[in-house]
Design a protein around this ligand. Structure first.
Ligand code: G3P
Ligand code: CA
Ligand code: CA
Ligand code: CA
Length: 264
């Protein structure tokens, strides 16, 4: 504390109090990293991705409320996301939403998390939006159409598995049908069904059967079983009719919900 902008003052300046250096060391903005997680309570620590998650940190520091935030890239482009500072301690950033705008359209317009190009055996990867850097939608519209955050492609591998939390808009976590085919209490990524179609995420469940097209979302561009009937963002939620909540069909509430993906 007796050192005034000296060594160790990484979050202000280590170069002395200097009228010509109002920005200090710039570590709130730059990509430098230092310290370790183990030593974080006794010295400064800055993780690899801090710059990316700057908005989260700032939101926590300022104790701001839930809402839409406008962020600016290094090149000055403005983009937005939604921050949930209420649920389970807050600090949640909306990174994506998956919405099935037309259950009757089978891999048609709006099926961005599977394919908008029809069910096609020659296009098993579909539109590729789980992997590419394309973005779409807005945080404001995330409960009524697909949304993909600008930095979504950075939330991959272990980061995604460790930190992603999924909630339905309606707070209905578990699907209300087909419960003999899954075990609750998990989030599952990239599951394969009987016919070898890939599904992207199963919210709140771990499949124990092979008909996960009825309760997992997103996927590729080819669902072989009774093609094209299962192709779409909410794959085969309507196998026994739209919103009937019988057999292999989900309820209307589930079918019309948006799945919101938050990062913390
Ligand atoms: O995904 C369900 C399907 O594989 C079997 O349907 O009509 O024979 O019970 P069904
Ligand atoms: Ca559709
Ligand atoms: Ca969609
Ligand atoms: Ca099936």
């Amino acid at each position: 504390m007796y050192g005034k902008c000296t060594v160790g003052d990484r979050w202000s300046s280590q170069q002395g109090d200097n009228i010509n250096n109002p920005g200090g060391d710039g570590n709130w903005e730059n990509t430098a990293t230092f310290g370790t997680a183990e030593g974080a309570t006794s010295d400064d620590f800055k993780a690899y991705r801090l710059k990316i998650f700057k908005y989260v940190l700032v939101n926590i520091l300022l104790c701001v409320l839930d809402g839409i935030y406008y962020l600016t890239t290094a090149s000055g482009a403005e983009y937005q996301t939604f921050c949930d500072m209420t649920t389970a301690g807050g600090g949640w950033t909306l990174v994506a939403s998956v919405h099935e705008n037309n259950m009757y359209g089978k891999c048609t317009v709006g099926d961005r998390w599977s394919s908008q190009q029809g069910d096609n055996i020659n296009n098993p990867g579909g539109d590729g939006n789980w992997e590419n850097t394309a973005t779409f939608g807005t945080a404001e519209g995330a409960t009524s159409d697909d949304f993909k955050f600008r930095d979504f492609n950075l939330f991959n591998g272990h980061t995604l598995c460790a930190h992603l939390r999924l909630r339905f808009r309606s707070n209905v976590v578990f699907f209300d049908q087909i419960q003999c085919e899954f075990e609750p209490g998990f989030i599952t990524f990239r599951t394969i069904n009987t016919e070898r179609a890939a599904l992207a995420i199963c919210s709140g469940v771990k499949p124990t059967g092979c008909n996960n097209e009825h309760y997992c979302i997103g996927g590729g561009g080819h669902f072989p079983e009774d093609s094209p009937k299962q192709c779409g963002d909410f794959s085969s939620f309507d196998w026994n009719g739209y919103g009937t909540n019988t057999g292999w069909s989900s309820s209307k509430e589930i079918t019309e919900a948006a799945v919101l993906l938050f990062y913390r």
